[in-house]
Write a protein that binds this ligand. Structure first.
Ligand code: ZN
Length: 140
């Protein structure tokens, strides 16, 4: 635990699913309100700091987040990214992309090229995401 780390001191978003290894949160980023983050439960700096089996389990959760977004939203593309330059605590961004989103086809961290696509992230959608993640990860 590092007190100055935002992912150690807070959930980092609305928790949709959680187990002892990690949590999957709806990050509510300004231009990408359906961005999911898969955040390791412990303050680990790099993927290669994790035992191999734990890496594999974490990636199962990343892929479940990707599948849930694909099934419910049918985006143009799914982006997976693990940077950690700002918050060096292992986490993956799982980002549904559309041709008319603010940054497409550039990375979401680039300068916006157009106004954001309007996306409604209401409770029914969040409930469907929670249910889908729970189903996909029920045997994980
Ligand atoms: Zn941390």
């Amino acid at each position: 635990m590092t007190v100055s780390c935002v992912f150690c001191s807070s959930d980092g978003g609305e928790v949709l699913w959680r187990d002892e290894l990690c949590r999957i949160v709806l990050a509510r980023e300004e231009h990408h309100p359906l961005l999911l983050r898969v955040i390791h439960a412990r303050h680990v700096r790099e993927m290669s700091d994790l035992p191999a089996a734990e890496r594999a389990r974490l990636m199962e959760r990343v892929f479940a987040a990707e599948l849930a977004l694909r099934e419910l939203l049918a985006p143009e593309k799914l982006n997976l990214a693990s940077l950690g330059n700002v918050v060096p605590h292992v986490h993956w961004h799982v980002v549904p992309r559309w041709k008319d989103d603010a940054h497409f086809p550039s990375p979401i961290w680039s300068a916006p090229e157009r106004p954001s696509r309007s996306l409604v992230v209401d409770e029914p959608l969040r409930a469907r995401l929670r249910e889908r993640l729970a189903t996909l990860l029920s045997s994980a």
